[in-house]
Design a protein around this ligand. Structure first.
Ligand SMILES: *Cc1c(COP(=O)(O)O)cnc(C)c1O
Length: 398
């Protein structure tokens, strides 16, 4: 560690080891293990020449600090990317990525299973700036070719789909898009680069809501966009033009979360799989939408392209009234009802994709629940849900 680790040495390390060493150099910090929080707007230049040529290592707070460099470099290495920008939320990562590759008059293709606020950004802001969006069936594969127009400049994927978990054929979509000169974006928040290596799969711009697993503690909002060589300059220029920089304290907490991210992910993967199989055997459950289980559309694609599954999935209950579902959820002791996920605590929310989808039908056959598995003991979580199912049945039969 006395000398900075050469890139070839680093890239041969396993992911677990990379997470320990990425983005820190103790001897740059008087030997302290972690890169500290650098707060600041002004950066003092040593000479007038340095000031005027902007040739110092740091120039102004919005354009990077040792704290943002540490996080961005670490994420770039983990993502096998050319560069990363770090922004104040996952949705800001989505918007800065889209703005970096679109202009007035362009056409954009977006999966119908996309994270809903991404859809709001496309239908509102992008439309207002003259970008037209067409939604596509997440299971479209290379038939996406039929949706291309001469002005199609970008394709936005998300695998698995938000809430509904369809696994898209990202490599096939990327092949079609690249033949037509379009940029491929992917919201990779669910898998993270550890379970799906976006740039090796043909993605140009990969988005991660750092709010989720990178934070891991439900205490920060953060977004990251990693870019390959082809898209990096435009991404960085767009980010600089907007000065949409994340706060130093949040970036510090993200670096701290990163050290244990893979360990947490693996625990949550195992617990979520246990839970998914258990739920599949429950009489009140119609379907389990978990990419590692055969009920999930695109399960075969998940097996081919992903190296793991994280702690978030959905279930479909047998038909029940809203009151019965409320009786189940309102008195859960361990599962919290709230948005977001990726923290250490388990969550559950009801959802209905039919309220916003535009090109695919959502008619799952019963009430849908999205479940995030945290770090609790699965047995305790199962007991909590068992009691919930009993309340569901009692309310249903009342
Ligand atoms: C949560 C989430 C985001 C947005 O992250 P925020 O930090 O909450 O803005 C983006 N994409 C996906 C898939 C998400 O789940």
């Amino acid at each position: 560690m006395k000398d900075k680790m050469p890139q070839e040495t680093f890239s041969r390390l396993s992911d677990r080891t990379k997470l320990v060493y990425a983005g820190r150099d103790p001897f740059e910090q008087h030997g302290f293990v972690n890169t500290p929080i650098y707060r600041g707007s002004t950066v003092i230049a040593p000479t007038m020449e340095t000031l005027l040529n902007r040739s110092g290592r740091y120039i102004y707070g919005t354009q990077g600090t040792p704290t943002s460099d540490a996080l961005e470099q670490a994420w770039t290495q983990i993502s096998k990317a050319a560069g990363t920008v770090c922004v104040p939320s996952g949705l800001a990562a989505v918007s800065v990525a889209l703005l970096s590759c679109l202009k007035a008059g362009d056409h954009l293709l977006v999966t119908d299973s996309v994270y809903r606020p991404t859809r709001v950004f496309c239908d509102g802001m992008l439309k207002r700036f003259g970008v037209e969006t067409t939604y596509f069936d997440p299971m479209i594969g290379d038939n996406i070719a039929s949706l291309f127009k001469p002005n199609t400049k970008a394709v936005f994927t998300e695998a698995p789909g938000s809430q509904s978990f369809e696994v898209q054929d990202v490599p096939a979509i990327a092949r079609v898009a690249h033949e037509r000169g379009a940029v491929v974006l992917m919201d990779n928040t669910w898998a993270t680069p550890f379970f799906f290596s976006p740039h090796e799969m043909g993605v140009d711009l990969a988005i991660e809501a750092g709010t989720k697993y990178l934070s891991g503690h439900s205490d920060i909002l953060l977004g990251l966009v990693s870019a390959n060589e082809r898209t990096w300059k435009n991404l960085r220029d767009t980010y600089d033009a907007m000065a949409i920089c994340a706060g130093p304290e949040d970036m510090f907490l993200a670096l701290r979360g990163m050290r244990t991210m893979l360990l947490r992910l693996k625990e949550q993967e195992k617990a979520a799989l246990d839970m998914a199989h258990w739920l599949k055997a429950q009489p009140d459950v119609l379907k389990v939408l978990h990419p590692a289980l055969p009920d999930c559309p695109g399960h075969e694609i998940w097996k081919r392209d992903f190296t793991g599954s994280s702690g978030l999935f959905s279930i479909i209950l047998k038909p029940a009234s809203q009151n019965a579902v409320a009786a189940m959820l309102d008195d859960l002791a361990l599962f919290g009802m709230g948005y977001s996920w990726g923290g250490f605590e388990s969550l559950i929310i009801p959802f209905d994709c039919a309220t916003y989808r535009t090109v695919t039908k959502w008619n799952p056959g019963g009430p849908a629940l999205r479940i995030q598995i945290g770090l609790e003991d699965v047995k305790d979580l199962q007991a909590d849900l068992s009691a919930g199912f009993a309340r569901l049945r009692a309310a249903h039969n009342a």
